[in-house]
Design a protein around this ligand. Structure first.
Ligand code: ADP
Ligand code: ADP
Length: 215
């Protein structure tokens, strides 16, 4: 994934300011920064869900939207809407149908810890359970790139552990993972590279131990 000189404004607010970022295959990158730093904006632009005001974005050498349509990218966004009346297995199956080579629905549900919720209606689940459904939707396309915006928000300790274990299993198979977090410990434990954002600028980019003194 390659961002070149990407900037984004909302009215008078500069959300991203001349960001350059190159993520290679197999890397696990944490985008770290306080609220309002620009993390969600950066990930949304990388996914093609938001147009950059200026600059260039490529994912697997294509536009982000092409990469998404080719099935190479799995996405978990904060508070993304879920079809509340659908049952969990129906929703996972529907999203699987949008990918060229999905995982079996049962496998994706198991990987995200929602297999036992398969017949429950999404709108009746707790916040943490819905977050695990979002993770199942991110996994079901068997993507080469996983983009996760604060994936552990609302999860209990055991669910967090299980989510990161699954992320590690995917990176062990060569997948690339980019996740946003405002917890240094998550970056420390699960990323091999940290991109530190503040005020829309990348103020540090490197292995976790080189970043620690800055936060
Ligand atoms: P983070 O994910 O790090 O919390 P965001 O990317 O959500 O940061 O936000 C970056 C900046 O852009 C913040 O100042 C935020 O208030 C602003 N912003 C984000 N989305 C919008 C929007 N839709 N309209 C106006 N300002 C926005
Ligand atoms: P959590 O601490 O995981 O967020 P909650 O207190 O939200 O848990 O929910 C506890 C249990 O109640 C969960 O099993 C959840 O599925 C169930 N539950 C929560 N909200 C609803 C609802 N609106 N209808 C039915 N069951 C619900």
């Amino acid at each position: 994934m390659e961002l070149k000189d990407v900037s984004k404004r909302y009215g008078g607010t500069v959300a991203l300011d001349a960001v350059d970022l190159d993520v290679g295959q197999g890397e696990t990158v944490a985008v770290l920064g306080p609220n309002g730093a620009g993390k969600t904006t950066l990930l949304s632009i990388a996914l093609g869900l938001l147009d950059p005001g200026s600059g260039a974005v490529r994912v697997f050498g294509r536009t982000p939207v092409e990469a998404l349509h080719a099935g190479g990218v799995g996405v978990l966004l904060q508070d993304s809407g879920l079809l509340e009346d659908a049952r969990v297995a129906e929703l996972v199956a529907a999203v699987a149908g949008m990918y060229p080579r999905p995982l079996p629905v049962e496998a994706a549900m198991r990987a995200a810890g929602v297999a036992e919720l398969a017949t429950r209606r999404v709108g009746r689940l707790s916040g943490g359970q819905q977050q695990r459904v979002r993770f199942a939707l991110a996994l079901v396309g068997d993507p080469k790139l996983l983009v996760l915006d604060e994936p552990t928000v609302g999860l209990d300790v055991e669910s967090r552990r299980a989510l990161w274990q699954e992320v590690r299993a995917r990176t062990a198979q060569g997948s690339t993972v980019i996740f946003a977090t405002h917890y240094l410990t998550e970056a420390d434990d699960y990323a091999d590279r940290v991109v530190l954002l503040a005020g829309g600028k990348i103020i540090a980019d490197g292995p976790v131990n080189t970043i620690k003194s800055l936060v």
